[in-house]
Design a protein around this ligand. Structure first.
Ligand code: GCB
Length: 651
């Protein structure tokens, strides 16, 4: 949804944010196929931050009308990347307001001349609010920094003799009580202490509000009659895999659809026609999580072929979607995948690294997955926002199970429970489900992290939000992540799984690891007694500066982190025999936060440093996770004897 931040408007000027459009169309990942081409726009873009007092000079002078360099000095800015840490300008690192990106693109001749080609601009993530122009013409607006959006730019690129186009994107990172995540702008009016017009942005979450074009930007083509969306749900009937499909087509009402399901060897195992149906796969290979089965992450390929007759001749479109056949269910004390108890032994992550901030980076991603597999982690939570689509694809391929979280983090102000906020949150869940619904790796939605769920309006807010998410996707459980310290949790009655964060002997009883076992056992018993739902310890951990050693352990040393984890594990080992179904360490790696006296250059609760080097706790967890994997592995079922999912490990 698009709207202007009430507080920010005074300083940042009356923003253009108007009223929201309802969610339209699909958001299939742009894949190449015989009928679809891609042109990646990653690389250097021209960049300019609007440092004017009201941050509105760019709009007043219409920087989108002519090349950005004509408006004044520009910088080279890599895409994808956050803009904050790549330069040497301290003002840019903490900049709040509008920044401008621009890129000239040369297009293949066919794209500009063939009117049967549809050209789409796709932006993987622009944090937080974005306005897009092509050749000076407004083509899209989007609110929310973690989900993709698109604009059909065919008419613009096909309207003249030009074979190039100019893409301008203005991005505003201002957060308000109604954005997700929320934030506030604080104006300091005491002129004896602050210069005139001084303001800062405050947030209630513990990571740096990096901004910019964080994920790939690209142009892709489809025919003008095209496959717009596909929805898959899967099931099992004895040994027969069931793949229910629904295909949405745009551009015509007269078309034929053929659907084929291929196994990993390219053999057709089922086929159908029409825009919806059920494919039955005898003796199906199931999609199993990493380490749960000797052949995890089996992926079929669903090939959808559209054909239509038009006055100009026949049109065809082709899209291939990876499909994993698996089921998910929740009982009073178990989380079941393919009908077998699944125990989450994994991590919480962040999209975060040196220099690039939250910018997508393949080497970093592959390193992270190699570390996850080394660790024996079978799962992670996308704390605290949706991650890049390429991350989700690797999870499918490697069998890493995902709790897919919305950017609902730091919802603590009463204003953030208003109808305006709720409406936006509902739409974000729609965008998230639309993007990630077909990933077998995604087994649960998390609508928020540690919202102030004890506030009165939280009951209605979460009831509505969770019900809506279940309507959008009845095939997956829904949760939100709570804090063990909350006296009341008005949202918990509506979740399927209790996810609870606690930091015993860290934020309370500092240094006293001897209280952990009692306090953690009390926590689990209290939550289970109240709700009779399976529980995941969704965060626990200790701040640790790599290389700090102290024995007997003191806080911030590697020994303390290990000692604290061990105390948690003693209780987890008892309770996982009853109703605890998972443990996710906080955090996979150190990450950047706002500056504060509590944070020494970011949050250091990683078991790896920000540069992905192990602290002592990584080895401790590795031993534990492999042991858990061997205990909880499912022995049975006839599966294909072939290495899938690139797993380098054998049992
Ligand atoms: C939490 C939050 C997480 C913080 C973590 C911490 O409960 O969910 O975002 O980073 O604690 O380290 O304080």
């Amino acid at each position: 949804m698009a709207r202007g931040p009430a507080g920010a408007a005074a300083v940042l000027g009356p923003l253009l944010w108007g009223c929201a459009l309802a969610l339209q169309g699909g958001m299939l990942y742009p894949r190449e196929s015989p009928s679809r081409e891609r042109k990646e726009l990653d690389g250097l873009w021209s960049f300019r931050a609007d440092f004017s007092d009201n941050r509105r000079q760019g709009f007043e002078q219409q920087w989108y009308r002519t090349p950005l360099r004509e408006s004044g000095p520009t910088l080279d800015m890599p895409v994808p990347s956050s803009f904050n840490d790549v330069g040497q300008d301290g003002r840019l690192r903490s900049f709040v307001g509008w920044v401008w990106y621009e890129r000239e693109v040369t297009l293949p001749q066919r794209w500009t001349q063939d009117l049967g080609t549809r050209v789409v601009l796709r932006i993987g993530s622009a944090h937080y609010y974005a306005i897009v122009w092509v050749n000076g013409v407004h083509v899209a607006e989007h609110e929310g920094g973690h989900l993709p959006f698109e604009a059909d730019v065919s008419k613009l690129v096909q309207s003249g003799p030009l074979s190039s186009c100019r893409i301008t994107i203005a991005i505003n990172n201002t957060l308000t009580p109604h954005t997700l995540p929320p934030g506030t702008i604080l104006y300091q009016k005491d002129t004896s202490k602050y210069p005139k017009g001084y303001f800062v942005q405050n947030t209630h979450f513990d990571f740096f509000n990096y901004a910019g074009l964080h994920r790939p930007v690209l142009l892709y083509t489809t025919p003008t009659i095209y496959i717009d969306d596909i929805t898959i749900t899967t099931g099992m009937d004895q040994n027969t895999g069931l793949v229910n499909y629904k295909v949405f087509v745009q551009g015509s009402e007269h078309f034929q659809l053929e659907v084929r399901l291929l196994d990993e060897e390219g053999k057709v195992v089922a086929q159908g026609t029409g825009d919806q149906g059920q494919l039955q796969v005898p003796s199906a290979y199931l999609w199993w999580p990493y380490l749960m089965h000797e052949h995890p992450a089996y992926l079929y390929s669903l090939e959808v072929r559209l054909t239509a007759q038009t006055e100009a001749g026949p049109v065809s479109d082709f899209y291939a979607l990876p499909v994993g056949i698996r089921t998910v269910a929740v009982t009073e004390n178990q989380f079941l995948i393919n009908g077998k108890p699944f125990y989450f032994h994994g991590v919480n992550k962040h999209e975060d690294a040196d220099i690039r901030g939250k910018g997508f980076d393949w080497p970093l991603l592959v390193k992270d997955f190699n570390l996850l597999r080394w660790l024996g982690a079978n799962s992670f939570r996308t704390s605290h926002y949706p991650y890049a689509e390429e991350v989700m694809q690797l999870c499918d391929r490697y069998g890493i199970v995902v709790i897919d979280e919305s950017p609902g983090v730091g919802i603590v102000l009463t204003q953030s429970y208003s109808n305006v906020s709720l409406q936006h949150h509902l739409e974000v869940m729609e965008e998230l489900v639309r993007r990630d619904k077909n990933h077998p790796a995604v087994v649960m939605w998390s609508v928020a992290n540690e919202p102030a769920s004890y506030l009165k309006p939280a009951g209605y807010y979460f009831k509505t939000l969770i019900a809506h998410t279940k309507d959008l996707d009845p095939s997956r459980p829904v949760t939100f992540v709570t804090n063990s310290n909350y006296e009341a949790d008005l949202g918990a009655p509506y979740v399927d799984v209790i996810c609870v964060n606690s930091y015993y002997s860290w934020y309370q009883d500092y240094g006293h690891m001897e209280v952990i076992q009692l306090q953690l056992a009390t926590q689990f018993e209290k939550w289970y007694r109240t709700y009779q739902k399976p529980i995941i310890q969704s965060e626990y951990g200790a701040e640790t500066i790599a290389g700090f050693h102290q024995d007997p352990p003191l806080m911030f040393s590697e020994e303390y982190q290990k000692g604290l984890l061990e105390q948690y594990h003693l209780v987890l080992d008892q309770k996982r025999k009853e109703y605890v179904v998972g443990e996710l360490i906080w955090n996979f790696a150190d990450f950047m936060t706002d500056q504060s006296p509590q944070r020494a250059m970011g949050n250091k609760k990683g078991i790896f440093t920000r540069q992905r080097q192990p602290k002592g706790a990584a080895f401790l967890l590795r031993e534990r996770y492999w042991k858990l994997a061997n205990e909880t592995r499912y022995h049975g079922s006839a599966v294909k004897s072939q290495c899938v999912g690139n797993s380098p490990f054998t049992f």
